[in-house]
Design a protein around this ligand. Structure first.
Ligand code: NAD
Length: 434
């Protein structure tokens, strides 16, 4: 199959590279010349484990190219995937569809022969029909079908998720589009990964419902964690005890500083807006959004308490600023709320993140970036673990405590035990829900 992938962000680049690895001919298009230059030089503009090697392999095999020229990539393609951003629109919480619609128009103008236009970006119910209208308006004679193929990959495990998904979801209107998508995903069919074919609206809804459910699960355990702290229960035991129930499952039950990232915050907000528009308020999701903000505020309170209530002039070491480990993505990370609040109250903040600095420098001004966890602890009044990168899981706690002015640990990912921290010389250990 000949595929054009529009947008080379986390979703588009991973999808394009993996489709080429399936054996298809893929052109990845972006309008950002700097990204295309880097890709053509063999570099990836994001941090995603394994992606660079897989990309190099498929470029060398002649199946994968990168281009600024959308029209040539779309000309003669069997399928064109739209994988551009759908961020929250300023002011009203809706998904901002301007990038999707602009891409649809351009695709319409460039299309030759039968083409399936596939939306991969999450977009509110009804978007695919708007995409079809835009394509048709740009090219009334276009011979095309539309499909919705939401992506469920997780940053940090994106290739594995794409190649071995729990399921794929494809929304189509007819057999012609179904056949093209089936051919594209043939390697997954052959390995018996389930692909759910539905109508367009159901596929669009599945993506939002899935993300809202996961955000709800995280928020639920965060709220239970807050209660655990008051009643003397330990959230780790509670999560284990409920997670072993097959109906509940043990994933997404880690208490922490609240969800962030490029998907959950904006997709929950967009779903809430869709509900309001259709007079079916998504009351659970609306509450989840509110509670998640409270969780972040509660984490800040924990840190301030460890500073005896006075932040001004104190030194805070921060371990991890990306919204989760194994990615450089900073979008809506809890650090973006917590760190500026500390800086604003007069703290001197020392930050270490294995991959977050490139993105984070512009987003977190007035902090000092340091090379490793021990430098972050140097002279600090409190050390905060915000992201559970593997390299923070086996730190020499004795050494950390010795470097600090007052050895106090806010372990907001619950990766250490109080007993171990105290035995290593910390005077106070605070986790979440313990
Ligand atoms: P991103 O913002 O990193 O990348 C989008 C890219 O599209 C940018 O490089 C931009 O320059 C390019 N672009 C925009 N308009 C274009 C046009 N007309 N022509 C060519 N290129 C264009 O976004 P992302 O992280 O890849 O996410 C895309 C969407 O998928 C988002 O809505 C996101 O929520 C969703 N999603 C993300 C993940 C994830 O893990 N990041 C997982 C599933 C779904």
């Amino acid at each position: 199959m000949k595929i054009a992938m529009i947008g080379t962000g986390y979703v588009g680049l991973v999808s394009g590279v993996c489709f080429s690895d399936f054996g298809h001919d893929v052109v990845c298009v972006d309008k950002d010349p700097a990204k295309i230059d880097r890709l053509n030089a063999g570099e990836i503009p994001i941090f995603e484990p394994g992606l660079q090697d897989l990309m190099a392999k498929n470029v060398a095999a002649g199946r994968l190219t990168f281009s600024l020229d959308l029209a040539s990539a779309v000309d003669g393609a069997d399928a064109v995937f739209i994988a551009v951003g759908t961020p929250t629109r300023r002011g009203d919480g809706h998904a901002d569809l301007r990038y999707v619609m602009a891409a649809a128009e351009e695709i319409g103008r460039a299309m030759t022969g039968h083409t399936v236009v596939v939306t991969k970006s999450p977009a509110p119910v009804g978007t695919n029909r708007k995409v079809a209208d835009a394509v048709r308006a740009a090219n009334p004679k276009a011979d095309f079908d539309i499909a919705s193929n939401p992506e469920f990959l997780r940053e940090g495990a994106a290739i594995d998720d794409f190649m071995r998904p729990d399921r794929g979801v494809v929304g189509v209107e007819n057999d012609r589009a179904k056949k093209v998508l089936s051919d594209i995903y043939r390697p997954l069919f052959l390995r018996d990964f389930p692909i759910v074919f539905t109508g367009l609206e159901s596929a669009e809804m599945i993506k939002y419902a899935a993300n809202a459910f996961l955000a709800t699960k995280i928020t639920f355990i965060n709220e239970i964690a807050a209660l655990c702290e008051r009643v003397g229960a330990d959230i780790k035991s509670v999560a284990k005890g409920i997670g072993l129930d097959g109906r509940i499952g043990n994933k997404f039950l880690h208490a922490g500083p609240g969800y962030g990232g490029s998907c959950f915050p904006k997709d929950t907000k967009a779903l809430a807006r869709i509900g309001q528009e259709h007079a079916v308020p998504m009351q659970i999701v609306e509450t989840v959004i509110k509670v998640n903000d409270q969780v972040k505020a509660r984490m800040l309170d924990k840190i301030v308490d460890l500073l005896d209530g006075t932040v001004n002039g104190k030194t805070v070491g921060i371990l991890g600023v990306t919204f989760k480990p194994n990615t450089d993505d900073m979008r809506d990370a809890p650090s973006l709320t917590i760190v500026p609040a500390l800086v604003g109250q007069g703290a001197k903040v020392r930050v270490m993140d294995p991959e977050g600095r490139r993105e984070g420098e512009a987003l977190l001004p007035h902090v000092r970036w340091v090379e490793n966890a021990y430098h972050a602890a140097q002279g600090a009044d409190v050390l905060v673990i915000l992201t559970e990168w593997n390299e923070f899981r086996a730190l020499d706690l004795n050494k950390l405590a010795r470097k600090m002015a007052t050895p106090r640990l806010a372990d907001l990912r619950n990766i250490y035990n109080r007993e171990d921290a105290l035995a290593a010389g910390f005077e106070v250990y605070v986790g979440v829900g313990r």
